[in-house]
Ligand binder design. Structure first.
Ligand SMILES: CC(C)(COP(=O)(O)OP(=O)(O)OC[C@H]1O[C@@H](n2cnc3c(N)ncnc32)[C@H](O)[C@@H]1OP(=O)(O)O)[C@@H](O)C(=O)NCCC(=O)NCCS
Length: 108
């Protein structure tokens, strides 16, 4: 697993994680502190992990997102992630995930 941090002086403002998945490599997690959102930090993190994936030889990157999470789907849609299929009950609370794919390098 690879973690990328976005730092502001000594504060961790956000992070993204890249890990393996059955199709190759996946953005497994991403979060930005609530008071620092909508400033482009999340986008920089997605682009950062995608560059790492590309440098490791991957031509695609994948992720899971909650089907109910419209905001995240809008966020990922900005990088041309497209839905592949639904994974029923993927999350611990039973919610389904949408499995998404994007070609590398990402287009913004
Ligand atoms: C998803 C998340 C990482 C985005 O981080 P961010 O730093 O706010 O993202 P950016 O500022 O780079 O946003 C880029 C674009 O994505 C879209 N977007 C981001 N957050 C959005 C929201 N809440 N609602 C609608 N669109 C959103 C917008 O188009 C935005 O561009 P704009 O601000 O110019 O309109 C952040 O909202 C977060 O930490 N959420 C909680 C954790 C989470 O849901 N992680 C994803 C799990 S799948």
């Amino acid at each position: 697993m690879l973690y990328l941090g976005a730092w502001g002086k000594d504060i961790l403002l956000g992070f993204a994680a890249l890990g393996p998945c059955e199709k190759g490599t996946e953005l497994t997690n991403i979060a930005v502190l609530p008071e620092y959102r909508r400033k482009g930090i999340g986008s920089q993190l997605v682009l950062g992990v995608s560059e790492v994936a590309l440098s490791l030889g991957y031509s695609r990157i994948y992720l899971h997102v909650r089907v109910s999470h419209e905001e995240s789907r809008t966020f990922y849609g900005g990088f041309d992630f497209s839905p592949l299929y639904v994974v029923p009950g993927y999350y611990l609370d039973g919610e389904d995930a949408l499995f998404m794919e994007a070609l590398l390098p990402l287009s913004v």
